[in-house]
Every structure is written in structure tokens, then in C-alpha cells.
Design a binder for this molecule. Structure first.
Ligand SMILES: [Zn+2]
Length: 193
């Protein structure tokens, strides 16, 4: 006879989860990572449920300490997100991956690599990081091409995107100086006529 499957609430009583839970609460100084609340009941939230994993088998970096209210909001948001993702054409999923990965990168330490494996992921990254429309009326097409080009030389991270933004400003300033020099030259020529 097969052993009865443990229910999820049984798994949460497992000493391995209790140990992991305490480690996460300790790491987060026993306060809600979202609103900072230290007084209400704290939960250790799984950022995402992954098929086949026991609660304690998750990497610590997708476990979050949340207060009662933020925990129930995160649960509801996860459900809503799933419903919207289900309504997206599968061809737009890589754009969503780029977008979400760029947002996630903000929670990680410097140099976190954002996957950029096709044009649509690059569009998502460009949208999430504000490269679309940055400084000039940069279209998502142009921004995505810039990211893809940069990804040939290095892995894409938020720092890479910031460096690209400074380059854009520098180049625009150079263009401005050149245009100004040119217009002065034209003025001088006109005066000489
Ligand atoms: Zn909270």
C-alpha cells in the first residue's frame, strides 16, 4: 500500500521547514520585507510554488518574510498574475520573462545576469529598465537592438543597462556640441558673405 501523501499543512509542520523558516525570519530581522511590520504574525512566503519541491527545498532567495496582510496580498497577486499570463499569447512570454527578470534583478546584488536570449526578451528588458524612450524618443525596436548588441560582448545586468544609458547621454551631448559648432560655422560663413 502506498504511503499516504502528506497534505501541505503537514509539510509545514516538518522540522526541516521549521528550521528553514527560522533562518529566513532571522535573515529578514523578523520584519515584513514589504512594509516593515514587526508586530503582526509573520509568514515566510514562497515567491512561487514549484512543482515537486517540498517547502524547505526552495532557495532562500525566493523566500520572503511578510506580515499577515502583505502575505495575503502576495498570494492574491500571484493568482491574478497567473490568470493574466494564461491569457497572453505564448509568443509574448519571452517579453514577459525579460521584463520580470529585469525587475527581479533589482532585488539581487550587483551583476545579477538578466537572461537575454532573443529579440522579445530584449524588448521586455528595455521596457522594464526604461531604455525605451530613454533621453530621446527611442523606440522599443531600437532599444532591443541595443541590448542584443551589448549582450554579444557581455552578460546583461542592470549595471550594463545603466552604462548604456550614460553612453546615450554622452553621445547625445557630443551630437549637440557638433551641431552647435556646425551652426556657428554656418553663422560665420553667412557673416562673411
Ligand atoms: Zn507587510
Amino acid at each position: 500500500m502506498a504511503a499516504p501523501r502528506s497534505s501541505y499543512s503537514d509539510l509545514l509542520k516538518d522540522p526541516r521547514w521549521q528550521k528553514k523558516r527560522l533562518e529566513i525570519l532571522e535573515r529578514d530581522s523578523w520584519s515584513c520585507g514589504n512594509c516593515g511590520d514587526k508586530d503582526s504574525t509573520l509568514h515566510v512566503h514562497h515567491g512561487r510554488y514549484l512543482r515537486g519541491l517540498k517547502p524547505w527545498e526552495y532557495d532562500a532567495d525566493i523566500l520572503y518574510t511578510l506580515c499577515e496582510m502583505c502575505h495575503s496580498k502576495a498570494g492574491a497577486d500571484n493568482t491574478t498574475l497567473d490568470q493574466w499570463i494564461a491569457r497572453c499569447d505564448p509568443s509574448s512570454l519571452s517579453r514577459i520573462i525579460g521584463y520580470v527578470a529585469a525587475i527581479a534583478a533589482d532585488s539581487y546584488s550587483e551583476g545579477f545576469t538578466i537572461p537575454c536570449y532573443d529579440y522579445n526578451t530584449a524588448v521586455g528588458i528595455a521596457e522594464a529598465t526604461g531604455l525605451v524612450g530613454y533621453f530621446t524618443e527611442r523606440t522599443s525596436d531600437v532599444a532591443a537592438e541595443e541590448i542584443i548588441k551589448a549582450s554579444h560582448d557581455q552578460e546583461i545586468s542592470l549595471e550594463t543597462i545603466e552604462a548604456m544609458k550614460s553612453d546615450i547621454v554622452d553621445r547625445s551631448y557630443d551630437d549637440f556640441l557638433k551641431a552647435r559648432a556646425l551652426s556657428r560655422k554656418v553663422d560665420q560663413l553667412m557673416e562673411a558673405v
